[in-house]
Design a protein around this ligand. Structure first.
Ligand code: GLY
Length: 324
């Protein structure tokens, strides 16, 4: 996908992206595949997902294929293989998946030594009557399903972790947001029937206390969807998303009639409210409704934090509104 094919627009212009209808599906701007990454990543992540959709006409497969790209990329320091480790130098992954029909969910948390956490979460959803597996149980479940045990700590991530350890001092606070980067990816999709799917996957807060679980594997926090309404996902400081039930709130607001854009802004305002308006971290929400309208909002003006989507085969990106 060439750079010029991107549309860089303010969030308010998302509504203007509606394309002249040729069929019922087109009128509703579906199928659509959305991710919480912008220009730098969008083609890399969304194109394989879109190709999977075209080949298989299965939006859950498409969402998973897109998320797997980041999970397998050693250059991405915030998701899957190559993710920054916990304070003991061990990479621990969190992921969740939801499928709109039958409102199915699956999740893994604190998963070690397995590369594609979201695919393990999908197996939890499809092959068990449980919703979340954690730690060693999640790892053994993945091994039983044929996943390989591998070291997820790349040399680059190990060096970053060692530099962090070298610079620790006695006044450090466990969990200072500015010292502990987070990164995550949400991938949301609506198929041509209007069925909604989503995945959130991450290596979580860098240098976290072993066992810390973020919002990504928690249904309603880092991911939520309602097949009658649409889907939402969150990235950024997971603790804040958990304590506001962030993605659930965004989807419920869409249910009450807000657009995806308005609902994402509402989610950010709620986080501001519970923090008395003072935040030194970022949270970003993305949302899509069943008609293929997209919205995004965040707390801080992070330059590279567009969200992007493929609709009618065309790749587009929007910059999230900044809510202060
Ligand atoms: N949002 C990712 C995390 O906090 O773990």
């Amino acid at each position: 996908m060439k750079r010029r094919n991107f549309i860089r627009s303010g969030a308010l212009s998302v509504a203007a992206l509606t394309i002249a209808p040729h069929s019922q599906a087109r009128e509703r701007n579906i199928p659509i595949l959305v991710c919480s990454r912008g220009e730098e990543w969008a083609a890399k992540v969304l194109q394989p997902g879109w190709q999977t959709w075209l080949n298989k006409k299965n939006m859950l497969d498409a969402v998973e294929a897109a998320a797997n790209v980041v999970e397998l990329d050693p250059e991405d320091a915030s998701v899957g293989y190559g993710g920054l480790p916990n304070e003991e130098g061990v990479v621990e992954l969190d992921a969740s998946v939801m499928a709109g029909p039958l409102h199915r969910c699956g999740a893994v948390a604190g998963l070690r030594n397995i590369k594609r956490a979201c695919s393990v979460a999908r197996l939890v959803m499809e092959r068990t009557n449980h919703i979340m597996l954690v730690g060693d149980g999640a790892r053994r479940f993945a091994l039983a399903h044929g996943f390989k045990e591998e070291d997820l700590l790349t040399d680059k991530a190990r060096e970053t972790w060692l530099r962090w350890k070298e610079n620790l001092n006695k006044d450090d606070f466990w969990g200072a947001p500015e010292a502990q980067p987070t990164g995550t990816i949400n991938v949301l999709g609506v198929d041509d029937r209007g069925d909604v799917y989503g995945i959130t996957t991450t290596s979580g807060l860098a240098f976290k206390i072993p066992g810390r679980i973020g919002d990504s594997p928690i249904i309603g926090a880092g991911l939520y969807l309602d097949n009658d309404i649409g889907a939402a996902g969150a990235t950024g400081r997971g603790e804040e998303v958990i304590r506001t039930c962030g993605s659930y709130l965004v989807v419920e607001k869409m249910k009450q009639g807000l657009s995806p854009q308005q609902a994402c802004e509402f989610g950010c305002r709620r986080i501001l409210e519970v923090n008395d308006g003072k935040v030194n971290f970022n949270v970003k929400f993305i949302a899509v409704n069943k008609n293929g309208e997209v919205g995004s909002a965040q707390l801080q003006d992070r330059k590279k934090s567009e969200c992007s989507f493929i609709m009618h085969g065309g790749l587009r990106s929007i910059f999230p509104a900044v809510v202060k």
